[in-house]
Structures are given as C-alpha cells and as structure tokens.
Design a protein around this ligand. Structure first.
Ligand SMILES: [Zn+2]
Length: 241
C-alpha cells in the first residue's frame, strides 16, 4: 500500500506529463492562429495594393489616350497651317498649335509621374505577394505539424487522464486540492524530494526534527520555506529516482 505522499508523487508525474503535452498542443494552436491572422492581414494588404495598381493603370491608359489625341490634333493643325494664306487665320492657327504643345508637355509630365507610380506599386505588390506566399506556406506547415502532434498526443493525453482519475480517487479531497493548488502555483512542482536533508524544490535545509517526521512518511509535510510537499526515499532508492 503506497503512502499518501507516494501516491501524490505518482500523480505529479502524470500531471507534469499532461501539462507538457497540453502545452505543446496549445503552443501549436497558438502558432497556427497567429499565422492565420498574419495571412489574412497580408491578403488584405495585397488586395489593396492590387486595387491601387489597377487605378494607376487606368490613369496611365487615360493619359496615353489623351496624349495620342493631342499629338494627332497638333499634326493635323500643322499640316493645315501650310495651306493658310490669311494672316489673321494664320495667327489663330499658330496660337492653337502653341496651346496644343503646352497641353502635350503637361500630359507627358503627368504620364511620366504615373508610370513611376505604376512601377513602384508593381514592386510593392510583388513584395506583398511573395510575403503572402511565404506566410501561407509556413501556416500550412505549422497546421500539418499540429495535426501530427494531435494525432500523436491525443491518445496519450486520454490515457493519462484516465490514470489521473484513478489515482485521484485514492486521495482525500482536501489533500488533493492542496496538492493541485501548490502544483499550479509552484510551476508544476508540488511534491519534491528531500535529499541529504535539503529540499530539492528550494534548496533550503529542512530542520532535523522535520526531517525525522518526513522519513516516517506517515503524513504529508510541507517545506517551511517553499511550502511544497516533501517526499523522502530510502538511500538505496535515491539513485534510481
Ligand atoms: Zn522547499
């Protein structure tokens, strides 16, 4: 018949294993969720960049059309000038050609600027698309890793939970709650060994009188400095533990 502290020490092994496994699963889920979020943010950024590029492309085509029209018109007016004999008409036609020249100059400047913007927006979009592809691949890799982890651990977790509930039935309710409280507050370490009179949880020396009590293993003794439950093994067993 194992003592109370021996049962608690066994329970702790199960709990530590369960804790590590559920953490592994939670961490995997967290990574997948974070990547999922990054992928959707990147998707939104890429589609905004695509819309921006489309608008710039439309503006470029519009300017090119207007420029071609103005150039054609100027060519036509210049041809007409050669046939004008009237001075007044000639003056008006030359004035019109000057205005067209001005318009063409303005359109060319504007078109150059838009073409530069198109170039910038194209580079930006291809950068965003590359990053999106990288993030999506990483998300897929993490998701498949998580599926493997779940497949591997869920059976073990289930089995350990069953073991845990069996063990817990043999422990008095108050003692179990106390153990669980210490386990959660003390970083998953509630039951610690005393070796050579020293608590392995906090490295403090246990008073000799208390040490004698612990060795009897009759009841659960708490370490006076770290409040963990103290466990003692006979010298011969120490090495194997
Ligand atoms: Zn201690």
């Amino acid at each position: 018949m194992p003592t109370k502290i021996e049962v608690l020490a066994t329970l702790q092994l199960v709990d530590q294993s369960l804790r590590a496994k559920t953490r592994t699963v939670a961490e995997g889920e967290g990574r997948v969720a974070a990547l999922e979020e990054a992928v959707s943010a990147q998707t939104a950024a890429a589609s905004a960049a695509r819309v921006e590029l489309a608008a710039l492309g439309a503006r470029q085509r519009d300017l090119e059309g207007r420029l071609a029209a103005a150039e054609a018109k100027m060519k036509d007016r210049r041809m007409r000038i050669t046939r004008i004999r009237n001075d007044k008409e000639l003056g008006l036609a030359r004035r019109e050609v000057d205005l067209l020249k001005e318009e063409i100059g303005t359109l060319e400047t504007e078109l150059m600027a838009v073409m530069e913007q198109v170039e910038g927006a194209t580079a930006k979009l291809s950068g965003l698309a590359a990053e999106l592809a990288r993030l999506a691949a990483e998300r897929d890799r993490e998701a498949s890793e998580l599926r493997e982890t779940l497949a591997r651990l869920s059976t073990e977790i289930e089995r350990e939970r069953a073991t845990r509930s069996e063990l817990v039935q043999t422990i008095d309710g108050d003692l179990r709650r106390k153990y669980e409280m210490i386990f959660s507050r003390r970083g998953g370490l509630a039951v610690v060994e005393v070796r050579g009179g020293i608590c392995q949880g906090c490295r403090m020396r246990v008073p000799p009188q208390l040490f004698n009590q612990i060795q009897r293993n009759a009841e659960v003794i708490l370490c006076p400095s770290c409040q963990r439950m103290l466990f003692w093994r006979a010298e011969g067993e120490e090495a194997s533990g």
